[in-house]
Design a protein around this ligand. Sequence first.
Ligand code: TXA
Ligand code: MG
Length: 327
Amino acid sequence: MEQPPHAIVTRRLAADPAGVADAAAILRAGGTVAFPTETVYGLGADATAGEAVARIYEAKQRPRFNPLIAHLADADEAFSHGVFDADARLLAKTFWPGPLTLVVPMAPGSPVSDLARAGLSSVGLRVPDHAIARALLREAGRPIVAPSANRSGHVSPTMAAHVLTDLDGRIDAVLDGGATRVGVESTIVACFDDGPRLLRSGGVPREAIEHVLGRPLAEGGGAIVAPGMLASHYAPDAQLRLSVTDIRAGEAVLLFGDQAPLGLEQASSVINLSPRGDLAEAAARLFAALRELDSSGATSIAVAPIPARGIGEAIRDRLIRAAAPRS
Ligand code: TXA
Ligand code: MG
């Protein structure tokens, strides 16, 4: 494993006013701080400072520059960084604060750095629905870019302990706000002249967005590239088998609802994402469960079928990526 260019002592900060103040000071000084949002933990840096943004790539060992999401404390601030058409404004007013990222043309004069946007003329904006995150953003007083706070290609962190497993000694601090509520990343919608497009399923279900827009969302990026959508992106070490109804000897098993696949007694370990069949509960537990089954030493994780409705679409998307052959 490649070593960090210089060892850093990663500070553990409590999610209280003093911890938030320390975290904001580190961000303003160009450092990197992992912080909780309602979706997953993000690795934050000053979006307006290219050098600070570069530290994120170094810490995550991201192979190339992807556009990052700039996080703001409230919608009015976000409006000053992008050009919002009627659809974008409607979605922002309806779903912010919340697990929705809007990709829009960058507003002329926005100080979000070129590196944060990976050189694109568009910008990804999000107002998280999390008291600690918003307090931190308010105190930082500038847009903060934050990809998920994991090493590149790993499962996203939903607890501070996950962040430290991946990034201890590589980032300046982690603000510990407990487990995240939603558990999968934000839904990403791009709003350009060709109408709203779904770039990534996530915390806001597609149905809710289509209901507000009054029409179906177009799929895929069109002309837009979202490099974060690499086929193999949320990869545990173990091989995943999806929509499984029969278990092989020694497999780790991820269940949902009251399913009882054949051969379950041969499993080496079993986690049920939601015994009562609640998809929101399943999303919140997904990444922690994948980490736990992966670290159990099993070489194969069998995943029971997950319904496609609501946030189930995002769960299935992440599982398909986790199961994809490694590039
Ligand atoms: O829930 C989330 O969105 C979390 C938390 C921390 O906020 N963040 C997150 O960031 O998932 P990340 O970097 O893992 O994913 C960002 C995605 C990438 O797929 C990237 O390509 C896309 O957003 N993106 C950002 N800006 C874009 C732009 N201008 N054009 C196209 N895609 C963009
Ligand atoms: Mg990520």
